[in-house]
Design a protein around this ligand. Structure first.
Ligand code: NDP
Length: 300
């Protein structure tokens, strides 16, 4: 069977017709400033090869003043869409038509052209929930209380994901109370701002603990937390993926908690962009994970 006759090719071709484009080699990119640290090219190039798609995924270093001009000419530059990383995620939302997740998070990390219109979403929400779906069965059965550490951009995506999956209360522990209060304003009264001193008592009765701070990341201070009051059935998640196994996850494993790591989220958040640009919903495979793990280990 020739490639054009395979089910993947047929589905892609149908997809391009639906969105008003022809089935030719296409390219996407990651836009950042700087951008060379990104692992997205490894992920998307792996999938392009795996699904035999004659496309490309490149890195584009674009300075903040040039961002709006760059994305308004995406198509002329040969791109069907892009990932967006620091410092452009808020600007990406402003210059596109965002979906409800991007609006809720207040930032977009994925852009695509839909019949000439530049649309955007935030795939960190999906990355967070899909990673948990894949690694911890039944994690969202009854989230009476979740404890989220941190109130930055990543916390917004996590809160959105938790609310979508029915979390009733989210204790939001953050150094800056102002920032935590802003998130309560955005997401509503289910979000309860708290201080670090309150963390240990808050863990008692929590179904989920999520670290969204940069604490525990290579080059950052350690996350100091004691999990003794967390119920044995609780699930622990760390968004930090350098190192691959953080001190928090080490402690969680030692105490027998189920857990999910930041690398899983990074891989799962890439799925939607690839599907939008190339018309195939890709799989997060152990082989892909090993590839990115190797890059992280070699990079540090
Ligand atoms: P932000 O800069 O927006 O937020 C950082 C958060 O960490 C804030 O809540 C900040 O508190 C807190 N923080 C930083 N330093 C300290 C400290 N010394 N003591 C106490 N709190 C501190 O970053 P992001 O939200 O974008 O990213 C946070 C982490 O999540 C990063 O490690 C990032 O790599 C990771 N991430 C992982 C993803 C994945 O796919 N796995 C996706 C997105 C992010 P304060 O508000 O008080 O400053």
């Amino acid at each position: 069977m020739r490639f054009e006759e395979t089910p993947w090719a047929a589905r892609r071709s149908c997809y391009w017709k639906c969105v008003g484009m022809t089935d030719v080699a296409r390219a996407a990119c990651i836009i950042g400033w700087p951008v060379s640290h990104s692992r997205s090219p490894i992920i998307h190039r792996y999938w392009l090869k795996k699904y035999s798609i004659a496309g490309d995924y490149r890195q584009e270093a674009v300075a903040p003043p040039d961002f709006a001009g760059f994305v308004s000419a995406l198509s002329e530059k040969g791109y069907v869409g892009a990932n967006v990383t620091l410092p452009h995620k808020v600007r990406a939302l402003e210059v596109s038509e965002p979906d409800r997740r991007a609006v809720a998070v207040g930032a977009a990390n994925t852009l695509w052209l839909d019949n000439g219109k530049l649309k955007s979403t935030n795939t960190d929400v999906e990355g967070f929930v899909s990673n948990l779906d894949a690694s911890v069965s039944g994690w969202d059965k009854a989230i009476d209380k979740a404890v989220v550490l941190g109130a930055g951009g990543a916390a917004r995506a996590v809160i959105q994901g938790l609310l979508e999956r029915g979390a009733e209360r989210i204790a939001l522990v953050n150094r800056s109370q102002e920032r935590a209060k802003m998130l309560r304003k955005t997401f509503g009264s289910a979000v309860e701002p708290a201080r670090w001193e309150e963390c240990t008592p808050l863990l008692s009765g929590a179904a989920l603990l999520v670290n969204t701070t940069s604490l525990g990341m290579v080059g950052q201070p350690e996350l100091e937390i004691n999990l003794r009051s967390l119920p044995p059935s609780a699930v622990v998640v760390d968004l930090v993926y350098t190192p691959l196994k953080t001190e928090l996850l080490r402690q969680a494993e030692e105490r027998g908690f189920r857990f999910a790591d930041g690398l899983g989220m990074l891989l799962h958040q890439a799925v939607r962009g690839f599907e939008l640009w190339f018309g195939v919903k890709p799989e997060v495979t152990p082989e892909l994970r090993a590839l990115v793990e190797r890059d992280i280990v070699e990079g540090h």
